[in-house]
Write a protein of this length. Structure first.
Length: 251
């Protein structure tokens, strides 16, 4: 989808400190560390990184369990901290379901970066389009409920398109953003997204349906309606030629 180039910001080879926020399994952290072997690369997440990943990581990687919004503080729960101006590059992707205070997130990132440093944010919107770039998900009842519940929880269902505004409000200047296609069905129009389209259709689509129904919609509807929504999700996410959402890279 990204053509093998996960970093889009024009980083200098001399960067010395990088933080991968919400590193998850740590795969992106390791990729970045291999690309910048002279930098210290921290992978930060609320959950522990698998031991197998830690064993595969190069020597310039350190995985930290902690909260990015509290990274500038020391506490009994988190003995790792960074100070203002400590970081050259902050990288993060797909925190759409994890950050309930985006303004604070971007302000914190801005304060931790050195002068001339970059924050690169990869996010999505909870909105699907067909192959002609027409918005189609606004008609999906289950998705309208889902978007409403995200907003009620303080999450932003449009964190991808809003990233540019959040960055500027936090003090970032010369902000750039670029949309990429994340296919839900393989489509020859977007050759860079064919593989992820295959994976999304076969693996992520049913997983997404299960997660939405069990963790969100089940609180709002009857069992019969829940089963109906589950079928609707599976059908809707394969309903249009070229169905996709936009994957926004902002830095």
């Amino acid at each position: 989808m990204l053509g093998g180039q996960i970093i889009r910001a024009p980083l200098l080879r001399s960067v010395s400190t990088i933080v991968d926020v919400g590193c998850g399994t740590g795969s992106a952290t390791i990729t970045i560390a291999n690309q910048y072997p002279n930098a210290k690369v921290f992978g930060l997440d609320l959950s522990s990184v698998p031991e197998k990943t830690k064993a595969q990581a190069p020597s310039n990687v350190e995985f930290i369990k902690g909260n990015f919004l509290e990274i500038h503080k020391r506490s009994t729960e988190q003995d790792f901290s960074l100070k203002a101006g400590d970081i050259d590059f902050i990288y993060s992707r797909l925190l759409v379901f994890g950050i309930n205070d985006w303004p604070s997130y971007y302000r914190n990132a801005h304060s931790l970066l050195r002068s001339g440093g970059y924050l690169e944010q990869h996010e999505i919107d909870n909105a699907w389009f067909d192959g002609n770039m027409n918005l189609i998900s606004s008609e999906w009842e289950w998705n309208n409920i889902f978007r409403s519940e995200l907003s009620n929880a303080g999450l932003d269902p449009d964190s991808g398109t809003n990233a540019e505004r959040y960055m500027k409000e936090a003090g970032f200047v010369d902000v750039h953003r670029q949309p990429f296609i994340w296919s839900y069905l393989p489509d020859k129009r977007w050759p860079d997204s064919v593989k992820i389209g295959e994976y999304t259709h076969e693996v992520l689509r049913p997983y997404f349906a299960d997660v939405i129904v069990k963790n969100v919609l089940t609180k709002k509807v009857s069992d019969d309606k829940m089963k109906e929504y589950h079928e609707n999700i599976l059908t809707d996410l394969a309903s249009a030629e070229g169905i996709h959402f936009k994957y926004w890279v902002t830095y």
